[in-house]
Write a protein that binds this ligand. Structure first.
Ligand SMILES: *[C@@H]1O[C@H](CO)[C@@H](O)[C@H](O)[C@H]1NC(C)=O
Ligand SMILES: *[C@@H]1O[C@H](CO)[C@@H](O)[C@H](O)[C@H]1NC(C)=O
Ligand SMILES: *[C@@H]1O[C@H](CO)[C@@H](O)[C@H](O)[C@H]1NC(C)=O
Ligand SMILES: *[C@@H]1O[C@H](CO)[C@@H](O)[C@H](O)[C@H]1NC(C)=O
Ligand SMILES: *[C@@H]1O[C@H](CO)[C@@H](O)[C@H](O)[C@H]1NC(C)=O
Length: 617
């Protein structure tokens, strides 16, 4: 792996023991307060400076300069390599996203879309880049009526890709490095090959039928007729050429050029309706990030068509309107959280793309304290209720897949991005001439005639219209305390995302767990229908067992919850900015309070559930 030139060995087999912290580049002077750490070693870093480092890889990295937490260690390192060049958090974000699209093409890539929140520390401005896929101009409300399977499988399930346009828009506004430089590590990975990690192996194994059925995917993941094993090298030479062209010519190579033309040809040959005109018409939606005050913090996030920020705000405001101020604590806190989640899921299905559906009233309800109080009063501490009690009208959105990463740079600019192709390997097609995996984001729309697993009618505000964006659960957030950066968080995992991000926020910022514990802690989920609490019970890829405690299970069962174990869940990345040592750090160069921007220790966590690793500068 060292041949990619990023110094630190990237993935170990077998995976290292967990809950041991890797400390990178903490200056000796600042390290005194860190001595509680285990087994510190002093090593020379790549700049020739001494640094303290734990002699183990881990899910945690700390740095005062900059961090990237992605769900693959190679991509975190690539992000950090851009920070090292003097890049802005957005430069690192673009490079990280491109890398994820190469090594985790099952989850994201330039054939997909996503949401990116960027906060610039100098002017406290936070922008939301919505690069979600849109319905092609030839799409229609009933296009899947005759053949419902094509809504999630095959080229017809593809929305117009937005990721590349979003990365470019964010870079145009914030980037300091050249566009071309950001592509080089990913071009190299795709061309010279990258190692199949145990996680990737698990992903391709679970999608074996899909891969074998598609010539493009088969060429990449089963070049000799048999699926690649962990440790094998995987290539996507076509994608490396595509990325090279985009690095040289900019995103117009895809949106209005030869790459786009090849891509459209492949899509149409596979039965899709995408046209060059759709690509030319694609627009990133850039607006101020949504800004909500919850539990003493400000959360910056995506406005609709994400249901994430408003969903998170509603649940936290419900918990905050309980009389005891520690309402979220302990098993009772868990019960209240589950009840609040059920109310949130019931109302969020009124949402949709605000450019097509008038959702003003629902959004203001979900953000209103009095509405939260009303729902809180419907929650009883001694019992749960049947699904009907929560007055849900519409079938739940069941989105999938995705990848989340967080970046903070030396100036404390921050990026929080969630990106997706929806299902694993999206539509199940890799465009043979461009190496791009097609998303199947059209499946996130509702259609009037569909059979729903919860037997509820489909949500009209989320019906298909040309150029419309489907509703989403993606919840990339940036957290502020007194207008200073306090954290960056988000998760992948569709319907599980909002509950996961809420639990991580509560664990760290409200209940005081350390950053790693906040992410590792076993989570609960709920889909409203069936009326069952899904709790984590699984041995994850690195051998760690994650299971809700017996005490919690018993407490919930006593309140009438039906419990079901599941060996899956959201994958979350978190960065925490320590604001506690503000005084201690005052007056130190490059740390402490510079021109009104606090520079404290950054702790980056990648979820052990996916075996990702963060990286620090
Ligand atoms: C597409 O490219 C052509 C030149 O090849 C240019 O005239 C046109 O303005 C471009 N359209 C868009 C939407 O960028
Ligand atoms: C959505 O509507 C706003 C104005 O309401 C407009 O500025 C924006 O361009 C529209 N976005 C798209 C992607 O059409
Ligand atoms: C949207 O609905 C609200 C009421 O819910 C109404 O006050 C507002 O005028 C509507 N906006 C548009 C653009 O129709
Ligand atoms: C829960 O408590 C309420 C009073 O607050 C009571 O009326 C109700 O019967 C209790 N329910 C159960 C299931 O114990
Ligand atoms: C929990 O997971 C373990 C293995 O990971 C399994 O043996 C056990 O049966 C599971 N428990 C339940 C209740 O599903």
């Amino acid at each position: 792996m060292a041949r990619y030139g990023f110094g630190i060995p990237l993935l170990g087999y077998p995976a290292p023991a967990r809950n041991i912290t890797t400390l990178t580049r903490i200056q000796l002077g600042a390290a005194l307060m860190m001595i509680m750490a285990v087994a510190l070693v002093v090593v020379h870093n790549s700049n020739g400076k001494w640094e303290l480092r734990l002699n183990n890889q881990g899910d945690v990295v700390q740095s005062e300069k900059g961090v990237v937490a992605a769900d693959d260690g190679r991509c975190s390192e690539i992000g950090v390599s851009m920070l090292r060049e003097g890049g802005h958090a957005v430069d690192a974000g673009v490079a990280t996203a491109l890398c994820l699209g190469v090594v985790h093409s099952m989850s994201s890539g330039i054939g997909g879309g996503g949401f990116m929140i960027v906060r610039s520390s100098a002017d406290s401005r936070a922008e939301a880049f919505d690069c979600r896929e849109t319905a092609p101009s030839a799409a229609s409300q009933n296009m899947y009526e005759k053949n419902p399977a094509t809504k999630s499988k095959g080229a017809l399930s593809m929305g117009v890709p937005g990721e590349l346009a979003g990365l470019h828009a964010a870079w145009m506004k914030n980037g300091r490095l050249s566009w071309k430089i950001l592509f080089q590590p990913s071009i190299k990975l795709a061309r010279d090959g990258f190692v199949v990690t145990p996680y990737i192996r698990q992903g391709i194994k679970n999608s074996e039928a899909k891969i074998m059925a598609d010539p493009g995917l088969r060429r990449m993941f089963a070049p000799n007729g048999k699926l690649l094993e962990a440790g094998d090298t995987c290539y996507n030479v076509e994608l490396s050429r595509t990325l090279e062209a985009i690095a040289e010519q900019g995103p117009q190579a895809f949106y209005n050029g030869t790459i786009g033309e090849s891509f459209v040809r492949d899509v149409q040959e596979a039965g899709g309706i995408l046209t060059m005109e759709d690509l030319r018409q694609y627009r990133v939606q850039v607006q101020d990030a949504m800004n909500v005050n919850v539990m003493g913090y400000t959360v910056l996030g995506m406005p609709p068509p994400s249901s994430g920020t408003v969903g998170l705000a509603l649940v936290l405001n419900i918990l905050d309107s309980f009389e005891p101020s520690d309402a979220a604590k302990g098993p009772m806190g868990l019960h209240r959280l589950i009840e609040a989640l059920k109310h949130m899921f019931a109302v969020r299905m009124n949402l949709g793309d605000p450019n097509f559906s008038n959702i003003t009233e629902y959004v203001s309800d979900m953000l209103s304290l009095s509405y939260a109080k009303k729902l809180q009063q419907k929650i009883l501490d001694n019992t749960t209720f049947p699904a009907g009690y929560y007055l849900t009208k519409w079938s739940q959105l069941r989105d999938h897949g995705t990848s989340h990463f967080c970046v903070v740079d030396a100036d404390r600019n921050a990026v929080s991005m969630t990106t997706t192709v929806n299902y694993y390997f999206g539509a199940g097609i890799l465009s043979p001439s461009t190496g791009i995996v097609l998303n199947n984001e059209m499946d996130d729309f509702s259609t009037p005639t569909e059979m729903t697993p919860d037997k509820l009618p489909p949500a009209p505000s989320n019906f298909i219209e040309p150029n419309k964006r489907p509703l989403s659960s993606m919840t990339p957030i940036i957290i502020l305390k007194d207008n200073q950066l306090a954290g960056v968080a988000g998760a992948s995992g569709g319907l599980f995302i909002i509950p996961a991000v809420i639990q991580i926020f509560l664990n760290h910022f409200i209940l005081g767990m350390d950053p790693l514990a906040s992410v590792q802690h076993p989570r609960v989920y709920h889909k409203l229908i069936p009326n069952v609490v899904l709790y984590e019970n699984w041995t994850v890829i690195d051998g760690e067992h994650i299971e809700l405690s017996e005490d919690n299970k018993i407490f919930l069962e006593e309140r009438g919850h039906h419990l079901k174990a599941q060996a899956t869940g959201a994958i979350s990345q978190l960065v925490v900015h320590n604001l506690q040592n503000q005084l201690l750090n005052m007056g130190r160069k490059h740390t402490g309070f510079n021109s009104g921007v606090f520079h404290g220790l950054l702790t980056a966590v990648s979820d052990p559930r996916k075996d990702g690793q963060p990286a620090g500068l």
